[in-house]
Ligand binder design. Structure first.
Ligand code: GLC
Length: 384
């Protein structure tokens, strides 16, 4: 049995953390990996983990992880933030050793920095489970370069959430695997048949943050020949993103659009079940895009941005449509086509359900287990 401690700097219920929650749930009954969670901030994830009987430890600190933010923060702030993270890492090392861990798995870039120190202190190998594409467009060039080098130097293994994410990393001489963040095998909410063109409902699920491109959808809506009868933007603002939400609300009002800002919801299943069409339109390549798989699983007709993870998930014209990222004209055209054609929506939605079955959480757990076994140099444990 491999004892693995998963480390995260945030307990916000955003995509990467929810992926970790599902993975640790799937590993809970595993004979090969005993997984526990180490968090350095309080938040909803803590209770979500406890409710699922996942061993979780909070190593609370007054460190504000936002002092080390992506592109835009000054170099001075960045360095102070990094020093703080390293200090925290030393403390975490004690917790990891006390746990008798065989391996530490960092769940974010900040966790990678802390984890590099913690793993060294505890004398265990470090694995980096990467949820972000480590690119200049996302992190800014200097930080992307540093993360790539550090991520290579400090780790023995890498788990990437897509091939697109893996391609942004240095992995020479390291174990690596793509483990798509799978969905859980719960009963999907029943859905109504695809509506007539005059009554179509659109949902877009995802954190409200600029690179997720909610504004692209708003602009596309103004270009459509037939506006949908309802548009739901489902998603919260967790990391200083309130300004973007305010901007979206202003834009919607200025453009005369009626848009429902649903905020964060723990389980968006009902929104998917009610939506004829689900939109994903991140302007940067999406690392994976769990919302795309969730929408497909719910049988929505999906339009997603043609880059990163969604381009590995959606097979265009078969189980969804892809449009170039950041292109409201192309998005409007795709939406118009779908709105006008309920038969097309029905066909894509049905194929999408089948496709989503390729992205189950059990497969994720198997891929991660295999990588951890390689990293700690053990063979698979025979079933008891
Ligand atoms: C991050 C990525 C998202 C991915 C998730 C799970 O939130 O932005 O694309 O689906 O992590 O790996």
């Amino acid at each position: 049995m491999i004892r693995a401690v998963f480390l995260s700097h945030t307990a916000a219920p955003s995509g990467a953390e929810l992926a970790t929650l599902r993975l640790l749930t799937a590993l809970r009954d595993s004979d090969a990996v005993a997984a526990s969670m180490l968090l350095t901030a309080p938040g909803p994830l803590l209770d979500l983990m406890r409710a699922r009987r996942i061993p979780v430890t909070l190593c609370d600190t007054d460190f504000d992880s936002r002092s080390l933010t992506i592109a835009g923060s000054g170099a001075g702030r960045l360095i102070t933030g990094a020093v703080e993270l390293v200090r925290l890492g030393a403390r975490l090392g004690g917790a990891v050793r006390a746990d008798g861990a065989d391996v530490l798995v960092a769940q974010s870039t900040k966790a990678l920095l802390m984890g590099a120190v913690a793993a060294r202190r505890a004398g265990v190998p470090l694995v980096w489970q990467v949820h972000d594409r480590v690119s200049a467009e996302y992190f800014g060039r200097p930080l992307a370069v540093v993360l790539r080098v550090l991520g290579w130097a400090a780790v023995r293994g890498v788990v990437a959430n897509s091939r697109a994410t893996l391609r942004t990393l240095h992995t020479r001489g390291r174990f690596s695997v793509v483990a798509y963040p799978g969905v859980e095998d719960t009963a999907a909410a029943g859905r109504v048949p695809q509506r007539d063109p005059g009554a179509v409902r659109i949902a877009m699920v995802g954190r409200l943050t600029r690179w997720k491109g909610q504004d692209v959808l708003l602009r596309a809506l103004t270009l459509m020949r037939h506006r949908p009868s309802a548009v739901h933007l489902v998603g919260g603002t967790f990391f200083d993103e309130q300004d973007y939400r305010a901007e979206l609300e202003r834009t919607a009002a200025e453009l005369g659009l009626t848009v429902d800002f649903a905020g964060h919801v723990d389980d968006p299943a009902l929104y998917y079940a009610q939506a004829d069409i689900a939109v994903h339109c991140s302007v940067l390549p999406e690392p994976f895009g769990q919302v795309v798989v969730e929408a497909m699983r719910a049988g929505c007709a999906v339009v997603a941005a043609d880059a990163g993870g969604p381009a590995e998930i959606v097979r265009p014209e078969v189980d969804g449509l892809l449009t170039p990222p950041g292109d409201p004209v192309a998005l409007a055209a795709a939406l118009d086509r779908l709105v006008a054609d309920p038969a097309l929506r029905t066909r894509l939605g049905a194929a999408a359900r089948d496709r989503a079955a390729d992205f189950g959480i059990a497969a994720t757990a198997r891929a991660v287990t295999g990588l951890l076994e390689q990293v700690v140099g053990r063979q698979a444990v025979p079933a008891r």
